[in-house]
Design a protein around this ligand. Structure first.
Ligand code: ATP
Ligand code: MG
Length: 236
């Protein structure tokens, strides 16, 4: 007898740009992520707050494929990431995920535009087209393209890091304390840019932040507490 598939498409996560199910991560005997469920759809943003050491950066490391979860599933777009090899995870990251770290993590031997072009060149894109796109992003963010990033200000470095995260048009943007090192004005400008992305590019945005003003811009807010993620009940 033919088995008929009767399961309705009731899973609101099924089309999400990012979907995690019961993600666990243990390091030795320590449980750092304890069954995290999270979905972020394209065009939407989410923020995660939580105490220092609660597991926020570890979750981002799992989501960007730097570490493999010890349990559960992580899907980026159509791809189940948790079962991929390290090199396939790196490919997926290069092509589909833009990452912004707190301290920018730029290569200071390179100019601003070279830093921004790097993810495009690493994914074998045509150099002239990558340069044109990088120029466009840097112009938009008012960064001098040919200046060494070693001499840029903290805010300029942060914006170069954002441009670098966006050069490949990622479907998912992950940001860990992206405004942590910035003064109030730059924090606003950078947060404006980040939170405009889902509407302008259709990406899903996930931001880890200690700053309630930044978190309040997100469509969905969560709190991490000892490896468990829950919807935020915080105001703001
Ligand atoms: N490989 C590891 N082995 C053992 N413990 C680890 C490992 N990686 C992370 N931890 C611990 O897991 C906990 C969560 O770390 P994580 O960096 O995710 O915290 P966080 O929420 O990002 O904190 P912060 O807000 O300070 O950045 C910390 O106590 C950390 O020391
Ligand atoms: Mg952290």
């Amino acid at each position: 007898m033919t088995q008929i598939e009767t399961t309705p498409p009731s899973d609101t996560c099924s089309a999400a740009a990012l979907s995690c199910r019961q993600v666990r991560y243990r390091a030795g005997r320590t449980t750092i992520l304890d069954g995290v469920d999270l979905c972020v759809a394209g065009g939407r943003s989410a923020a995660i707050q939580g105490r220092s050491g609660s597991g926020k950066s570890t979750l981002l490391a799992v989501l960007m494929g730097l570490i493999r979860p010890t349990g559960g599933s992580v899907r980026v777009g159509e791809t189940e990431m948790s079962t991929l090899s390290r090199s396939r995870r790196a490919d997926l990251r290069g092509q589909h995920i833009g990452v912004v770290f707190q301290n920018a993590e730029l290569l200071d031997e390179l100019t601003a535009i070279e830093n921004v072009m790097l993810p495009a060149l690493l994914t074998h894109q045509e150099k002239a087209a990558a340069r044109t796109r990088a120029h466009g992003l840097l112009d938009e963010l008012e960064i001098p393209a040919d200046r060494s990033t070693a001499v840029l200000s903290g805010g300029e470095r942060q914006r170069v890091a954002m441009a670098r995260a966006l050069i490949n048009g990622p479907g998912l943007v992950l940001a860990d304390e992206p405004t942590g090192a910035l003064d109030a004005e730059l924090r606003e400008t950078s947060a404006d840019l980040l939170f405009s992305l889902p509407a302008s590019t259709g990406c899903a945005l996930l931001v880890v932040t200690h700053d309630p003003a930044v978190a309040s811009r997100a469509d969905e807010r969560y709190v991490m507490d000892t490896g468990r993620l829950a919807p935020s009940t915080l105001d703001g």
